[in-house]
Design a protein around this ligand. Structure first.
Ligand SMILES: NC(=O)c1ccc[n+]([C@@H]2O[C@H](COP(=O)([O-])OP(=O)(O)OC[C@H]3O[C@@H](n4cnc5c(N)ncnc54)[C@H](OP(=O)(O)O)[C@@H]3O)[C@@H](O)[C@H]2O)c1
Length: 224
């Protein structure tokens, strides 16, 4: 009996260690509608999540509702802490963040849901749309391993459609960014369909890959 209990206990400890080893530290910079929704899905999937914004003191309600894996921190703390950094801010914030985070994102995977709009983001948005969003990201975050996803699905659908077999175009070139990006999309309850960063503009709102769709529909739109 004692041996049986010991084996059971050891098995439980091994399972818990495995689960902890598999969980990621995810920093979410920009904890609004999208960052708050995705961060909550990831916390509920077992990851540790740090929500941040210029006003982290306002994020206590979000942290509580996301559960025990969540916390809040400053933007600089979040940039240091995470294994992966999720950027979910209005694109107009990119020049400020680029300056503020200079050097601290080098080599890290940065997963961006942030979209440029010419009206909301003024000159910054217009220029990004002109050169292409992937190139604009690269200019603002030169050392980061970039992945873009969840750019053209509304935040309510991120929550309501999680776990229903919907596909998300996931744009990345770097091998780690592709792997991590696909994992984050999966752990939020969606199916990643990996595409090169050069196609990221197609995944912007109103683009040919925008909206909520099944993997088959997305592949049909891609001509596969
Ligand atoms: N809404 C959607 O359904 C949707 C869907 C797909 C993609 N997107 C894109 O995802 C991004 C986020 O959208 P959202 O709707 O979640 O916006 P949101 O609700 O307005 O949230 C933006 C967040 O960014 C933070 N923020 C703004 N400037 C910042 C800075 N300089 N440094 C750090 N944090 C900053 C804000 O907090 P503080 O003001 O406290 O700093 C807030 O937490 C946008 O680019 C949007 O176009 C949105």
């Amino acid at each position: 009996m004692f041996r049986y209990l010991l084996l059971l206990f050891t098995g439980l400890v091994l399972c818990m260690n495995q689960a902890m080893a598999d969980s990621l530290k995810i920093s979410v910079i920009g904890a609004g509608k999208v960052g708050g929704t995705l961060g909550t899905l990831w916390a509920k999937a077992g990851h540790s999540v740090m929500f941040s914004s210029r006003h982290p003191e306002t994020l206590t309600g979000l942290v509580e509702s996301a559960g025990p894996g969540a916390r809040a921190g400053s933007v600089n703390e979040a940039a240091q802490w995470g294994d992966v950094i999720v950027l979910s801010v209005p694109y107009g914030a990119m020049p400020v963040l680029s300056e503020q985070l200079k050097g601290s994102l080098d080599g890290k995977v940065v997963f961006s849901t942030s979209n440029p709009f010419s009206d909301r983001d003024a000159d910054v948005g217009r220029k990004a749309l002109e050169v292409g969003v992937a190139l604009a990201d690269r200019q603002y975050l030169p050392g980061a391993r970039l992945v873009r996803a969840f750019n053209a699905i509304g935040y309510a659908a991120m929550k309501n459609q999680s776990g229903t077999g919907k596909a998300i175009p996931t744009f990345a070139d770097d091998a780690r960014a592709r792997e991590m990006g696909a994992r984050l999309v999966r752990d939020a309850g969606f199916i990643p369909v990996l595409l090169p960063l050069a196609r990221a503009d197609e995944g912007l709102p109103g683009g040919p890959l925008s909206g909520v769709m099944s993997e088959a529909e997305l592949k049909q739109r891609l001509g596969e």
